[in-house]
Design a protein around this ligand. Structure first.
Ligand code: NAD
Length: 421
């Protein structure tokens, strides 16, 4: 049978699997299988050559029982509504697992920022915010950066919203530059938070991270920050990194500063120097202790899951492991930690940014990191505890299903208390 790779169908299947095991109320299940609000917008933009181009954008607000929508905006030429729907569902589970007072949402615009001028990019970003007037707001839905969107873009967006509303609404968007009241620690929070989870996971697996070999697929914003955090926090050895053009491998460890400098100079990773070149397929299947997919969806599937050798798979990307592969990894004894646990650090520090904006009182980096660590470590422990309890009752569930059970249970209890079913 051909494996299902549509992200939203995958998200629904993951929910269905958890719903069955946790015996979720049928009405709650029905509500949680679909987004509550789906917005499709068309943004006309005057391009530099004088012509007008129409950009297609989306915002999906999946569930707002526990609080306002929260989720990033992606700019990508292949963005599509079903991926945004899946990502908005995963945001709902992510904020719930972290136990922060938000629902889940996600947005996207079909565009290729690499082929646009700064002025065109600003016009699309401001147009997107105008198109969502009335549907976003500090207590309605709070966007943030994601793939190909930057703090600068968030700066333009918060400015556009503030002009529309007639006051400085800094808390409407997170991931802003520090100059417009972003938070310390937001830029690398996803990678740092992921490493806090890895530290806890390594303790349970009795893995010494100083000696461990780590491979990272995707050396972009998240993957690069994770590499720096792994080195800074536990002196870990990153033996392989890659991007869309392929990767490099060295048993002695890759010099992360040098690799980052190669990328910053606009060069290919292969120009790093005397190391082995590997394909992305080889990187995923390499003989490492920790494998970190930090690039995109559907990288570990039914047809390659059996060849994964890592002891821990740490999902920093969204949706990198399909449901079939998830089960295969679990049965092989590999601890596959799900995306909405591992990459939750970004939204947790976004939450801190929103709290600081609302209070008008700002924290130092140390305070941000301590608070982040508390939430990431607690979420990991909750997940392992739930898995253990099910195991004691004769049900061998994956780490992902365990995380789903916690997150879905919280959302459904809030919906019940609010009288939604
Ligand atoms: P990015 O665009 O900065 O980096 C992505 C990297 O992956 C690039 O190096 C790219 O070359 C590489 N890549 C693309 N296709 C690849 C392939 N087939 N094989 C190997 N490498 C490939 O994006 P990012 O912001 O780092 O996001 C990466 C993932 O993390 C996405 O799934 C995103 O949704 C998720 N994520 C991002 C954030 C955030 O704050 N940026 C937060 C949570 C989750």
């Amino acid at each position: 049978m051909v494996e299902e790779l549509d992200s939203f169908k995958i998200a629904q299947r993951q929910l269905d699997d958890a719903a069955e095991i946790m015996k979720l109320d049928k009405q709650a299940h029905q509500i949680l299988r679909e987004p509550m609000r789906t917005l499709v917008v068309n943004i006309p933009v005057r391009m530099d050559n004088g012509s007008t181009r129409l950009f297609n954008g989306f915002r999906v607000q999946y569930n707002n029982a526990r609080g306002p929508g929260k989720g990033g905006i992606r700019y990508h030429p292949e963005e599509n509504l079903n991926t945004v729907k899946a990502l908005s569902a995963w945001m709902t589970w992510k904020t719930s697992l972290a136990d922060i007072p938000y629902g889940g949402a996600k947005g996207g615009v079909i565009c290729d920022p690499k082929k646009m001028s700064i002025r065109e990019l600003e016009a699309v970003s401001r147009g997107y915010i105008r198109a969502l007037k009335g549907y976003i707001g500090p207590d309605i839905d709070i966007p943030a950066p994601d793939v190909n969107t930057t703090p600068q873009i968030m700066g333009w967006m918060v400015d556009e919203y503030s002009k529309m509303e007639g006051y400085d609404a800094f808390s409407v968007i997170t991931g802003k530059p520090l100059e417009v009241w972003g938070s310390e620690g937001r830029n690398d929070a996803t990678g740092v938070g992921g490493m806090m989870v890895l530290r806890e996971a390594a303790k349970t697996m009795k893995l010494d991270l100083k000696k461990a070999k780590i491979a990272i697929q995707g050396f972009g914003n998240v993957g690069m920050n994770a590499a720096f955090a792994a080195r800074n926090m536990f002196g870990a050895k990153i033996v392989a990194i890659s991007d869309s053009k392929g990767g490099i491998y060295s048993d002695k460890g890759i010099d992360i500063d040098k690799a980052a400098a190669v990328k910053a100079a606009g060069k290919e990773l292969q120009e790093y120097g005397k190391v082995e070149e590997v394909t992305n397929k080889e990187l995923l299947e390499s003989d490492v202790d920790v494998l970190i997919p930090a690039a995109m969806e559907n990288q570990i599937k039914k047809d390659n899951a059996d060849r994964i050798k890592a002891k821990i798979v740490l999902e920093l990307a969204n949706g990198p492991v399909t449901p079939d592969a998830d089960r295969i990894l679990h049965d092989k004894g590999i601890l596959d930690l799900p995306d909405f646990l591992v990459n939750g650090g970004g939204v947790v520090v976004s939450y801190f940014e929103w709290v600081q904006n609302k209070a008008g009182y700002y924290w130092e980096l140390k305070e941000v990191e301590e608070k982040l660590d508390k939430i990431m470590s607690r979420s990991f422990r909750d997940l392992m505890q739930t898995r253990k309890e099910y195991k004691e009752n004769g049900k061998d569930i994956t780490a992902r299903t365990s995380a789903y059970i916690i997150a879905v249970d919280r959302v459904s209890k809030t919906m019940k208390a609010r009288g939604w079913y």
